[in-house]
Design a protein around this ligand. Structure first.
Ligand code: F6R
Length: 620
């Protein structure tokens, strides 16, 4: 949510900032703006709409050369997506420029306070109060090195809510300061240059050396004095240094029309990398950071999986595997509901939080609630060093690499794999599965990258089908067992990318109401379980296909190779390789991603940046 870039160093700040914004645009894209410090003043440009609109403005009216600058892409919260509300926001004298990610919850009171002193606001944003407060505080702070940082600390102490703020002052042309609470901020350290970013994509083209900023900290980057981090009280703290293991190329489109297509194509690698190194020589599974003893894991008698959106769907799949392998009851819940209903949690509860970004506010708040109730928290996360894994008791990273398209694809598959690993670790520690049994399942997992590659080679008919569905008003998705969350994910992908009404149902629920939606020609996508599935679930789904077809549906069936039972009732069949039932979502999800992408593209929409969405949702 909102992309933030800051630069201090020898290069053209505007070039660095714009390049960073291009890489961060997926975080928010309803307006963009920049500010540079030059000639004793602050020069800004901002424009509603995508970054390209701002670039046009800059081409017509270039900003002066500068080596210190900030930039922002916005995902609107307070105030609509207009030029006026675009960041940066300036103080009345134009000296302070501020960009912000998050929500300042007490902004109304602070705005009233500023207005009482005669300040006229130029925007409807919550951010603008920070610019005015900072200007006032700066004026009241004694001159000397670190003055802007000192003012920032004082202002930050007064703010409530979640924020990353980056600010400059025209009187300090070689300095930027930034403050963070509940909202992401990383610092990049180059050779005589410093970067600020809401994530490492902001500066990955320049340096892979990063510093992680903790909660309630302020950082100053200054060309002469370097990097200083303090807490809000002014005590100096040593930030954690790390080297980013993504390279700039990983964040480029690599010849694909859309990042999403590239990320879909990267899924075999994402699955393989998430498994890599997880099985030790002794057959024991290895997690990344486990601050929990085996005994604590053995004591767990209940698991919650808590996450949002696509990550929630990964959690739903996790339930089937974890319960089956461990016999521990698993509840899955969307993070935004979890803490508000007072869930029953204690020391023997394991809360697995799943988040691609590691910054989703709903999930972070659920995590904190779980920890307050003494539950153990294990994070499954794609972004190293982000807040959610930092605050968890144990971490398993999904090694999917940077995911730029707003719609999750490769991180979803990697999350499912990570959930399987968590299930297997629990089963192993609790003695439910012997190392050799675990190794056998891991062998099945190891075959998945090839299976996904096979699916990807057969996507042309799916694309063609997608083009033929581009005018549909409604598309329904049906599945049973692990196919049900896959149906939900297929529907979510279609809604978010193609803006078509789509719903996923448990196939058995259809007859209890939703079947009334079926009209002549309504496309219905059915995820058919393997004929080898437990019980008669395969036969039941085949019956469900017949039911919808009898009512006029156009049936699109995703079925395993060799499953000919579906043929009489399928208008279209999409084949996936034979895969053990619990692992099948890894292959059945892929055609649904491609379908949604193709439909959106045919309808002329921006696949990577769907309307109203942002990649990382750092507000509740
Ligand atoms: C959908 C999508 C979102 C995210 C959700 C959680 O394609 O990407 O539904 O899955 O916002 O985000 P993370 O996983 O970063 O917590």
């Amino acid at each position: 949510m909102c992309g933030i870039v800051g630069y201090v160093g020898p290069q053209s700040a505007l070039d660095v900032v714009l390049e960073g914004l291009r890489r961060l645009e997926y975080r928010g894209y309803d307006s963009a703006g920049v500010a540079v410090l030059a000639d004793g003043g602050t020069a800004t440009a901002k424009k509603a709409g995508k970054l390209a609109n701002l670039e046009k403005v800059l081409a017509d009216s270039p900003l002066p050369e500068s080596t210190t600058g900030i930039g922002h892409t916005r995902w609107a919260t307070h105030g609509g997506p207009t030029d006026r509300n675009a960041h940066p926001h300036l103080s009345v004298d134009g000296k302070v420029a501020v960009i912000h990610n998050g929500i300042i919850e007490n902004f109304a009171a602070l705005r009233a306070e500023c207005e009482a002193t005669g300040v006229e606001f130029a925007s409807e944003t919550d951010t603008e109060v920070a610019a005015h407060l900072l200007a006032k505080q700066y004026a009241e702070t004694p001159q000397g090195p670190g003055r802007l940082a000192e003012a920032m600390r004082a202002v930050s102490r007064r703010l409530e809510g979640a924020f990353t703020l980056v600010a400059s002052h025209a009187d300090e042309p070689d300095t930027l300061v930034a403050s963070r609470r509940n909202s992401p901020l990383v610092v990049g350290v180059g050779d005589g240059e410093y970067f600020l970013g809401s994530d490492v994509a902001a500066f990955i083209a320049h340096t892979r050396e990063a510093r992680e900023l903790g909660q309630d900290q302020v950082v100053e980057i200054d060309r002469r004095r370097g990097l200083t981090v303090t807490d809000f009280g002014g005590t100096v703290v040593e930030p954690t240094a790390y080297t980013v293991d993504w390279d700039a190329e990983a964040a480029e489109k690599g010849g694909h029309d859309w990042f999403m297509l590239k990320e879909i194509a990267e899924q075999p690698q994402a699955v393989a990398d998430t498994l890599l190194g997880r099985l030790g020589d002794d057959g024991q599974l290895v997690l990344d950071e486990v601050r929990l003893s085996d005994q604590e894991l053995r004591d767990i008698d209940k698991v919650f999986v808590v996450s949002c959106g696509t990550s929630y769907h990964a959690g739903l799949i996790a339930k089937y595997a974890i319960e089956h392998w461990t016999r521990i009851p698993v509840e899955v819940e969307v993070a935004s509901e979890f803490r508000y209903r007072d869930p029953v949690l204690d020391r023997s509860t394991l809360v697995v939080v799943i988040s691609q970004s590691g910054e989703t506010m709903d999930t972070l708040m659920a995590l904190r609630h779980a920890k307050d109730q003494k539950a153990r928290v294990l994070a499954i996360c794609n972004v190293n060093g982000s807040t959610i894994p930092r605050e968890s008791d144990a971490v398993l990273y999904t090694h999917a690499g940077p995911e730029v398209a707003v719609a999750s694809t490769k991180s979803f598959l990697a999350q499912i794999v990570a959930c399987y690993l968590v299930g297997l670790v629990l089963a192993q520690v609790r003695g439910m599965k012997y190392a050799d049994e675990v190794a056998a399942i891991v062998e099945d997992l190891r075959r998945l990258p090839d299976a996904v590659s096979q699916v990807l080679t057969r996507m042309e008919p799916v694309r063609e089908l997608g083009r033929s569905l581009a005018d549909a008003d409604t598309i329904l998705f049906l599945g049973r067992h692990v196919g049900f969350p896959v149906a939900l994910e297929g529907a979510l992908k279609l809604k978010e990318l193609a803006y078509i009404h789509a719903e996923g149902f448990a196939a058995g629920e259809l007859k209890h109401g939703p079947i009334a939606l079926i009209d002549r020609g309504t496309p219905v996508v059915v995820i058919v379980p393997s004929p080898r599935s437990r019980g008669s679930v395969h036969g039941k789904v085949v019956s469900n296909i017949q039911e919808v077809r009898a009512r006029g549906a156009r049936t699109i069936v995703i079925a395993e190779e060799g499953d000919d039972d579906v043929l009489p009732y399928a208008d279209h069949v999409i084949r996936v390789p034979r895969t053990p039932t619990l692992l099948a979502p890894i292959v059945t999800t892929v055609p649904l991603q491609v379908l949604a992408c193709e439909i959106a593209d045919t309808r002329g929409y921006d696949v990577d940046q769907p309307r109203n969405l942002a990649k990382s949702v750092t507000v509740e």
